[in-house]
Design a binder for this molecule. Structure first.
Ligand SMILES: Nc1ncnc2c1ncn2[C@@H]1O[C@H](COP(=O)(O)OP(=O)(O)O)[C@@H](O)[C@H]1O
Ligand SMILES: [Mg+2]
Length: 466
């Protein structure tokens, strides 16, 4: 039989595994990202001796019914988060015994939303409760947050620990008391039995400990039927081993995103074994925590009132929902040798490309202008359907005139102006405007908001809107 190596090398950046070390990851091409880690395949074969096989049984599904093992629940193994936007993202709700990775940048609101999740699902009275495992903060800090958020402290259990074994012991001892466990965060968890005496392999946040801890938590969830939410910090610099490492080990992967200076937050699902991956949840960060907001409210945040200089309205698709957003641009003469380009809420490379197209096709001399573009409300958009609105906002700022659609009233010869048009479309390198996914749905939303969509085929036609 082929011998399985005891150690493998795991890329810190993408999570791929290799049998040999090399300076560059063969998959994502990141340099110096391979770190040594134990091979689970080999530990599993050691943990389960051959004679264990005699007890293994084949299970017929018809005899198992529709319920998850270890629990006598009537909800078919799925229950609501009690937070509408959270349920929308997960599909139906939380699946018992599943493991959800909840990833996001530090300070974005992961602990806040998951505190709300535990708080709303707590309560021993109904026989089930939520447990918050605090690896980063003290119970006092969690207590203060629970009270600030107006959640019931009576129904909130906190376990201060960094030990995955301890979580396991508690869950086994309190059999069936908890239905949700939040582990905040995976970067502060250790499997003590593998941590001692292994040097750098055993420290908090190391590739090895993150993988080992997750592996144990997944086993625990399956064994006890408790749903486990694992918090994972993501940093742009990639200086800590990130959630990418464990994406393949868990059932569901959620990313919580937003612009730090704004208060809108978007919950996206990038992997889901139990539901679709095309829905997003939208929240607003307030004093009382994260509040679910619906598309009507987002529409109100954007595009109120009349058309302004440097502003353009567009409709984006967030999951399957169309939402109206306002793009603002400021184009001002530059006095620096290198003009400034600041894009917030849109991809920087996309922004630079649009500046280049504007310069070439619209003959805007942007090489001597500073360009700032932002999405109001502080959401991050990853939808090329907003291109033409970004272009229009820059054009409007450059021309120092608001955008409007000319309408010729039937019985009058004068031309009247109305409120700003909605612009939807992807801009090509040649300045053509292309139709995007969900155009009809977006157009319908614009009409529902009492606005007209300006149909243009080339960015050259923007001059008709000034
Ligand atoms: N006392 C407070 N009042 C209002 N908002 C607060 C308060 N404390 C923290 N916040 C908000 O919560 C955010 C931190 O959220 P948190 O859930 O701790 O983030 P994460 O767990 O993702 O690092 C802060 O950026 C701030 O916006
Ligand atoms: Mg936190």
């Amino acid at each position: 039989m082929k011998k399985i190596n005891d150690f493998i090398f795991v890329c810190n950046n993408c999570g791929n595994e290799f049998s040999k070390w090399s300076g560059q990851c063969g998959f994502c091409k990141e340099w110096n990202s391979l770190k040594e880690a134990p091979n689970y395949k080999s530990t599993i074969s050691k943990q389960f001796p051959k004679n264990k096989l005699q007890n293994t049984q084949i299970k017929n599904l018809a005899k198992m019914g529709g319920q998850i093992q270890g629990s006598a629940h009537t909800d078919g193994g799925v229950f609501s988060t009690q937070i509408s936007e959270f349920d929308r993202v997960l599909g139906k709700g939380i699946v018992r015994g599943s493991v959800v990775l909840f990833a996001g940048e530090p300070g974005i609101g992961k602990s806040t939303l998951l505190t709300q999740l535990v708080g709303k699902n707590g309560g021993h009275a109904n026989g089930q409760a939520g447990l918050y495992v605090a690896g980063e903060e003290s119970a006092e800090q969690i207590n203060l947050r629970v009270r600030r958020l107006g959640l019931s402290a009576e129904r909130f259990d906190v376990l201060e620990t960094n030990s995955v074994e301890e979580i396991g012991q508690i869950l086994e001892r309190t059999n069936n008391v908890y239905k949700i466990v939040v582990v905040d965060s995976i970067q502060t968890m250790l499997v003590e039995s593998t941590a001692s005496g292994t040097g750098s392999l055993g420290s908090f946040g190391s590739v090895n400990q993150i993988r080992e801890s997750t592996f144990r938590l997944v086993e625990l969830a399956k064994k006890t039927g408790v749903a486990i939410f694992i918090v994972g910090h993501v940093t742009k610099e990639g200086d800590i081993a990130g959630p990418k490492l464990l994406e393949h080990m868990v059932d569901t992967v959620l990313y919580f995103e937003g612009e730090k200076n704004g208060d809108l937050r978007i919950l996206r699902v990038s992997k889901n074994r139990f539901g679709p991956t095309d829905e997003v949840g939208v929240f607003k960060m307030e004093e009382k925590g994260l509040r679910c907001i619906n598309s009507e409210e987002i529409n109100l945040i954007s595009g109120k009132g009349e058309s302004k200089i440097g502003s353009a309205i567009t409709i984006v698709m967030e999951g399957t929902r169309p939402m109206m957003v306002e793009i603002q641009a400021l184009v001002t003469e530059s006095f620096a040798p290198m003009p400034t380009r600041v894009f917030s809420g849109i991809d920087t490379n996309r922004g630079r490309l649009l500046v280049a197209v504007a310069q070439k096709v619209l003959a805007m001399p942007l090489y001597k202008y500073d360009v700032y573009v932002s999405v109001t409300g502080g959401i991050r958009l990853d939808d090329t359907g907003i291109d033409i609105a970004v272009m229009a906002a820059m054009y409007s700022s450059y021309k120092n005139a608001p955008l409007f659609i000319r309408e010729v009233p039937k019985n009058k010869s004068t031309i009247s102006k109305n409120s700003g048009p909605v612009l939807i479309g992807e801009v090509s390198l040649l300045g053509e405007v292309k139709k995007v996914r969900g155009f009809e749905k977006r157009e319908k939303e614009a009409k529902a908001m009492g606005r007209s969509v300006a149909i243009i085929n080339s960015i050259r036609e923007l001059k008709n809107l000034i």
